[in-house]
Design a protein around this ligand. Sequence first.
Ligand code: SAH
Length: 458
Amino acid sequence: MVKQKTPVQKNEMINLTFEDLTHDGDGVGKVNGYPIFVPYALPGEKAKVKVIKVKKKFGFGKLLHIDEVSDERVEPPCDVYIQCGGCQLQHMSYAMQLEMKRNQVINTLRKIGHIENIPVHPTIGMDDPWRYRNKVQIPVRYRHGELITGFYRKRSHDIIEGMDRCVITAEINDRMVEAVRRMADRLGITAYDEEKHAGVLRHIMVRTGQETGETMIVLVTRTEDFSYKQELVKELHETYPQIKSIVQNINKEKTNVILGKKTKVLWGAEYIYDNIGDIQFAISAKSFYQVNPPQTKKLYDKALEYADLTGGETVIDAYCGIGTISLFLAQKAKKVYGVEIVPEAIEDAKKNAQLNHIDNTEFYVGEAEKIMPWWTAQGLSPDVIVVDPPRKGCDEALLEAMLTMKPDRIVYVSCNPSTLARDLKILEEGGYKTKQVQPVDMFPQTAHVECVAEIVRK
Ligand code: SAH
């Protein structure tokens, strides 16, 4: 087979003008119509690029020198931005990040969903788009005679050395990680050795309620018993009064999964508390909890607005997780039914309903696509359905079930514009109309975009 000739060759040095951005935030420049994706390049820039990979329809390049710098380029505050890869947009002004996310939603809706001419509102951002993450989980290793912590280098299990902060993580969590590392090191607690599957401390996980300031420390260890455990626990809570809970999670497996099955409270409470709006949440070591509660509040306020409840409605919250949206909705609806596949999440949802004295919710464990047809058979007829599926979007059977149930409105919360667009197309073909879409920036400095869509019956 004759190999088709591409306009550029591997290892070639070229001059490129950037016009656009990919969904991952890479710059896109073209040579005779052939797109080349270059990380860290911005639209409007001209740069020298080394071609590093050539495919039939597109290639990849490495930024060597920027000859014309965009006004939107900013200095990334993180020392290990390039090595880490956890953030993709720190070199871009925040205004441009918000604009990029909105454009991504507009373009994806048009290309995949054939949805045009509807309002896609400007992305709701944060006033201060740094230090927002309320949770950190960081690996521990032994190097140069001491314990070290740090994220893995991109696509590796090699810890980035000298990393003592993460600029998108709450400062208190950075400090707690450092405190555990220092104390464990001084006491002589060993770090996990991945190759030999030996040693003790695998990960340090810290979660702090932003509103309450309560901190939980989770020590993820290979063995249940280890020397100096009690000393570490005592020193930690005696030194830092904001620590309300110290938990051990035991992970004996040779695995990349961070948490093991067994958790036990070593000191203090089993839960810490935090609020999103008026709703209080009890969070255990293994609970899912939104990492950016203030933005979550803005997202769910929009979902509530689009649900347009007056107090008499029956609502279904599919993929309800720990019931965050359900509890928001319940304050304005007659009854909310939540369904979720993870049993522990449903237990949290029920507990959180009780905690907030909300008694018009019912939560079920199961696959939403199976429970919803069963509800229909039981005669349940919702006025509003809210869905908040994982990245792969709604199951087809669930979309079918929604079309059979014929609610007046559907509110779709999505963390992936591509699957949102695909599913909206199916709903539009089934007699619904997308009225508006609101992107919300839940994860500043990263390429993730979250949005909520209002969908009504034609
Ligand atoms: N709104 C939720 C989070 C939703 S994330 C909250 O605030 O807690 C998506 C959820 O869908 C996850 O909790 C995941 O466990 C759940 N899920 C995935 N597949 C599912 C399925 N087939 N049926 C029901 N729930 C599912």
